[in-house]
Design a protein around this ligand. Structure first.
Ligand code: DAS
Length: 385
């Protein structure tokens, strides 16, 4: 039996239902036809409500992931011109419609900056935002942060050292801009969400995902200026991979107790001094004069220095500045040591272990929020190897 329904809203705003119930169209009385029409409308509304309810239920069953956007190439357009543009978090998501099928995403535009503009104050604020969100939303599976790649490893390590929640924080970005050719941003974002909602990611801390590879925030380094496979963990290797079928973990990262930054308003000044042939001690002296509480030296090989630099380091130690010695080699370790000279209480340099100097700086900044005792700081560095 064919049935046709029409709804007309007249000039006075009254809703009129018109309908034809084919077999009875002629025979049925006007009130019967009206009743049939109303039933039909109610049935349709009920059907629509059922569809909405099941869509909402499906949405609720999907893992929930919170996306915090901070900027970087992934959010940049016209990148290689002097008229660069930016896109916001909604456009980042629009480029990856498939995300909708794997997670229910909430978003936050924390900043829209090149990562060279991200400062230690941003680290503090970002870490607090993530911690607050995780605390307030127990239903979240994890958090994804989009970030410029240039200083991604520093922000990611800071988050790894300060976010206490066991749920994963995944930092991602892109080496190619949002309007580039063969762009990597959408795939990286999609895989980052897959990782953030993966139950195997719980307890692995902050991770960095680009180019299908998963790295511990502690171990990862940007190792190329433009290529999509720019990220590597030269000393310890990747944590796992985002294969098309599943997230695969090869190992669990080393994780020491986190730092509580609840009462920290500002991070202490820590600088990095680079060693090279003929380097004198000017950089170290200048950092001390500028008020550095700690200095990380990017030594040659296993932490070597020129004679004048060694003298500048001794001067800094005598003034109570904490001196951490790493390597500019890019891989390998400088033994941590005890923080004081053997047989005396005179301060000694502390080795960075296998932390790259930019990561040793992050750890030293946080260690200095707890103590300025070199022995204690050496213990903290040892615990984070
Ligand atoms: N635009 C640079 C940055 O913000 C590079 C990048 O994101 O790849 O770090």
């Amino acid at each position: 039996m064919a049935y046709t329904l029409s709804v007309l809203i007249d000039a006075s705003g009254r809703i009129n239902f018109g309908h034809t119930y084919a077999r009875y169209a002629k025979a049925a009385s006007h009130s019967d036809r009206t009743r049939a029409g109303h039933i039909q409308v109610i049935a349709r509304i009920a059907g629509w409500l059922v569809v909405c309810a099941s869509a909402a239920a499906a949405q609720q069953q999907k893992p929930r992931v919170h996306l915090v956007a901070t900027g970087g190439t992934i959010a940049s357009t016209n990148y290689y011109s002097d008229q660069g543009g930016k896109i916001g978090v909604a456009d980042l998501l629009r480029a990856v419609p498939a995300i909708d099928s794997i997670a229910s995403i909430s978003t936050e535009q924390f900043a829209n900056l090149a990562s060279s503009m991200i400062t230690p104050s941003h680290w503090l604020a970002l870490s607090r935002t993530i911690a607050d969100t995780l605390r307030a939303r127990p239903e979240l599976a994890g958090v994804v942060v989009t970030h410029g790649t240039d200083t991604m490893e520093e922000t990611a390590y800071f988050l790894d050292l300060t976010v206490q929640d066991a749920r994963p924080v995944v930092v991602t970005g892109a080496m190619r801009p949002a309007d580039g050719i063969g762009i990597d941003g959408p795939a990286n974002l999609y895989n980052a969400v897959r990782l953030a909602r993966d139950s195997g990611a719980v307890g692995r801390g902050t991770m960095v995902l680009l180019n299908d590879e998963i790295f511990a925030a502690r171990d990862v380094m940007k190792s190329n200026t433009v290529r999509p496979d720019a990220f590597a963990a030269p000393y310890r290797g990747a944590l796992g991979v985002a294969d098309p079928e599943r997230i695969v973990f090869h190992r669990t990262p080393v994780r020491a107790p986190r730092f509580d930054i609840g009462a920290v308003r500002e991070l202490p000044r820590v600088d990095i001094a680079y060693v090279y042939s003929g380097a004198d001690g000017s950089a170290v002296d200048a950092f001390v004069a500028a008020g550095a509480k700690g200095i990380v030296v990017a030594g040659v090989g296993r932490g070597g220095m020129t004679g004048p630099m060694r003298e500048a380091v001794s001067r800094a130690l005598n003034k109570g500045v904490i001196m951490v010695i790493g390597s500019r080699a890019g891989s390998g370790s400088v033994p941590v040591g005890a923080g004081v000279r053997r047989g005396s209480d005179a301060p000694a340099t502390i080795g960075a272990g296998d932390l790259p100097v930019q990561k040793a700086r992050v750890l030293l900044m946080l260690a200095l929020t707890r103590t300025s005792d070199p022995r204690e700081i050496a213990r903290i560095f040892a615990a984070h190897q």
